[in-house]
Design a binder for this molecule. Sequence first.
Ligand code: INI
Length: 156
Amino acid sequence: MTHIKTIEAQLEARGLKFALVATRFNDFIVDRLISGAVDYLTRHGCEPENLTIIRIPGAFELPVVCNKIARSGQYAGIVALGAVIRGATPHFDFVASEATKGIAQIALATGVPIGFGLLTTDTIEQAVERAGSKAGNKGAEAAAAVMETARILELI
Ligand code: INI
């Protein structure tokens, strides 16, 4: 078989600076997502002094804050953490879709990877399941994705 060049990242965070942008809204869930993200990154070599946690009001504010952080040039990656839980009105749809769209646009426009740790669930139970119980911890997953992507971007 011919040799195929393959680029893969080392799963290692030593020396990389990350910003964790986390909502206060639904903080009983989001605090668990922060724990998952911090735990993942520090277990993969990230020094605590290279982590910054930024608390913001709600998911709707994620894009504007991530935008400024990404453009500061100080961080190898951002982990966006929050929980949008469906209520009785269409508010959920607007908040979830604007946050999602904004985060994706900022990552593309700046080239700074942003891990998508924003839960969008129909119920509180579904959010709890994804914040460190039976469906894992989406904060840790977002941190893992952004760490690997930051390393990949160094290699390309
Ligand atoms: N913000 C969230 O992060 N999660 C939610 O579930 C939510 N709901 O359901 O309303 C929410 N709303 C607040 C919003 O993100 C803004 O902070 C607010 O509208 C002020 O701009």
